[in-house]
Design a protein around this ligand. Structure first.
Ligand SMILES: Nc1ncnc2c1ncn2[C@@H]1O[C@H](COP(=O)(O)OP(=O)(O)O)[C@@H](O)[C@H]1O
Ligand SMILES: [Mg+2]
Length: 376
């Protein structure tokens, strides 16, 4: 039997749970032509959510065409424009012959180089002369709207890890350019998402920035435990195994309802379960995960100062007022300025995540591992 729990890739089909309200909100935005901005830490389910909504909507309304651009691997404006051109064409023309023909006709000010690749068969690649696009990027930036109008479509451009535009040479000028075109679009729709909360909020929620008020900002939360319980129980049942609700709840609770880690832990518990999940299997799976990560966690700790480790200890102990004199004394944290500096640096090292006044570990396993270390 195939393991029903999936992590490290888009959760779709049976591997997807909950997110009803977020799906409805995102779908309503797209249907009514409102742009969306989706923000959460890494691996909380942004890509999976957008993908799910795209599937549902595309099935219902054939004029809606989704294209996906992941800025994770895009490091320059040039690569960005190339991706927009390629993916918009791909969304507008699913048939490769038509796409090829369109690619040859659609550009007037710039001349693309188009090559048909053999693997995957009939796929195509497109590239431009940077000097040409630099002079007239508008031709590419107008493509989603123009093709939508010409073909009676509504192209939805989904831009993953959008905060990566900060790697571009002049991010602000780039944003201005993008905004000046895309704000006029009425048929094309844009959905931006990203994992660096601070950067995303700055891009879309700060008055001085070009993308201020560009769309509906959705802060994605974790998935509540009750959804995980039924998800995990039914994942086991469908594959001829059993787990009780309490243990399923424990899987979610240990991983603090973090979507990626709950799935990973459930995956591991499932594969160690023969027929019925016992308490031994549960703790065995947890031990196994911790063991797999030990070298990594040890390295992480070695890279920190003693005071930073003290701060992590305080957070493990659920201390909330880290800058109180009691906490600074008990855990030897230095001054409150020091505490703030350490928080920032642990966030930039992606060990901690701060949203509002809540501080969490990025990796719930690291927290468990640290707790064991501190108590031994
Ligand atoms: N709705 C969901 N239902 C079940 N698991 C999910 C869901 N969303 C995310 N996950 C889990 O979290 C992992 C990371 O999801 P992903 O969509 O890639 O997050 P992000 O794009 O925010 O980094 C997935 O591989 C899956 O294990
Ligand atoms: Mg993602």
């Amino acid at each position: 039997m195939k393991n029903p729990f999936v992590y490290g890739k888009i959760a779709s089909g049976n591997a997807f749970t909950d997110r009803e309200a977020e799906q409805a909100r995102l779908a309503a935005n797209i249907e009514s032509g409102i742009n969306s901005i989706l923000i959460s830490p890494r691996r909380w389910g942004k890509s999976s959510l957008v993908f799910k909504v795209s599937k549902t909507l595309a099935k219902k309304q054939s004029e809606l065409r989704f294209c996906f651009i992941d800025l994770f691997s895009i490091r320059s404006e040039e690569e960005f424009y190339t991706a927009v051109a390629r993916e918009t064409l791909r969304a507008a023309y699913p048939k490769w012959r038509e796409r090829l023909e369109a690619a040859r006709k659609v550009f007037h000010k710039i001349s693309p180089r188009i090559t048909l690749s053999s693997a995957p068969a009939n796929d195509f690649s497109i590239s431009f002369d940077w000097k040409e696009i630099e002079k007239s990027p508008d031709e590419i930036l107008e493509m989603p709207e123009k093709l939508s109008r010409e073909l009676n479509l509504r192209i939805v451009v989904c831009l993953d890890e959008f905060q990566n535009i900060s790697f571009f040479k002049d991010p602000l000028a780039f944003q201005k350019k993008l905004r000046s075109h895309w704000q006029k679009h009425t048929l094309a729709n844009y959905c931006f998402y990203g994992s660096k909360q601070h950067m995303m909020t700055e891009l879309f929620n700060s008055k001085s920035m070009p993308f201020y008020k560009f769309g509906d900002i959705i802060f994605l939360e974790k998935i509540p435990e009750k959804y995980w319980v039924s998800f995990i129980v039914s994942g086991f049942n469908k594959t001829g195994k059993n787990i009780d609700e309490k243990t399923a709840g424990n899987i979610a609770a240990q991983m603090e309802n973090h979507p990626y880690f709950v799935q990973q832990f459930a995956h591991s518990v499932w594969s160690l379960t023969e027929k019925v999940c016992s308490p031994e299997v549960f703790s065995g799976a947890l031990e196994q995960l911790l063991l797999q990560n030990t070298i990594l966690f040890q390295k992480e700790i070695d890279s920190l100062t003693n005071t930073q480790v003290n701060l992590l200890k305080a957070i493990c102990d659920n201390v909330t007022q880290l800058s109180s004199s009691a906490a600074m004394n008990d855990y030897k944290l230095g001054t409150s300025a020091n505490v703030n500096r350490m928080k920032k640096s642990l966030v930039s090292k992606e060990i901690l995540e701060i949203s509002g006044n809540k501080i969490e570990f990025t990796d719930p396993l690291f927290r468990i591992w640290l707790r064991e270390l501190f108590s031994s």
